[in-house]
Design a protein around this ligand. Structure first.
Ligand code: SAM
Length: 241
């Protein structure tokens, strides 16, 4: 994380200039979070980017602008959503982006190739965590990002326990330096996740987690543990409600 924080000074203005003309779309990953992704994916030398959960194409469009030389494979589960046409229109003419449909839980591990970086923004919760470990278990993907793992959620608590090496976009210092990138999206953030509310604690934004490559056996072990913990958590919630 320290290296990323050090890179902010040099890289932030360049990123801001690249995304300057892009309006923020509801449900989208925040600009500061996409900047966090960009720093990580560049440090990993991403050969391709696999995205799961396109919706209206906010994150896909930012990816396409920030990585013009990198093939982007974007998988969306729901071909009948009104979001499909919005994403297609926003991404028209971006030939390095493939707009795919299907269940990323199956398609992402199938598509993975050496040097890929993955971004998971659907499925959510424990299903998203399982997909992340499944993708790392291919042994091909060099880094995986998971969206919506905010402080206080059960999946964040589990991730901190099972993957202590993970880093988060809501790191207070990163948020302090970068939350101004989110000007247009500020009103979409719940008050509890705004910078003024959270700083100097972690918790800003919707939160993107970054998991670096781990040994394949570790990834399979974590996948199994996450599946078991997910069931225990579901049963516990059911008992309490
Ligand atoms: C929050 S939205 C994604 C927003 C998008 N990343 C952006 O920044 O604009 C979540 C999307 O994930 C999709 N999704 C949910 N489960 C999925 C799965 N298993 N495979 C692929 N997409 C999935 C949903 O249909 C929805 O469009």
């Amino acid at each position: 994380m320290e290296a990323w924080i050090r890179a902010v000074g040099e890289e932030k203005a360049r990123f801001a200039a690249l995304v300057a003309g892009i309006p923020y779309e509801k449900k989208g990953i925040l600009f500061s979070e996409m900047f966090f992704f960009q720093l990580g994916a560049r440090s990993a030398g991403a050969k391709r980017i696999l995205e799961s959960g396109r919706a209206r194409g906010q994150s896909t469009l930012v990816l396409s602008v920030c990585f013009p030389e990198v093939p982007i494979l974007s998988i969306e589960h729901d071909p009948n959503s009104p979001d499909v046409a919005v994403a297609a229109a926003r991404l028209a003419g971006r030939d390095h982006v493939q707009l795919l449909f299907g269940d990323a839980r199956r398609r992402m591990p199938e598509l993975a190739e050496a040097g890929d970086v993955a971004l998971i923004d659907g499925p959510k919760g424990f299903a998203g965590l399982r997909l992340a470990f499944r993708v790392l278990a291919t042994g091909k993907v060099s880094m995986v990002f998971i969206h919506d793992v905010g402080v206080g959620t059960p999946d964040r608590a589990w991730l901190e326990r099972i993957a202590p090496e993970a880093v988060y976009s809501d790191d207070p210092e990163f948020a302090r330096l970068c939350h101004d990138l989110d000007g247009a999206a500020r009103d979409d953030l719940p008050e509890a996740n705004r910078f003024e509310t959270t700083y100097p604690r972690p918790g800003y934004g919707f939160t993107l987690a970054c998991l670096p490559r781990i040994p394949v056996a570790t990834a399979w072990w974590r996948l199994a543990m996450t599946a078991i913990w997910g069931v225990i958590h579901r049963l516990a919630v059911r008992r309490l409600t």
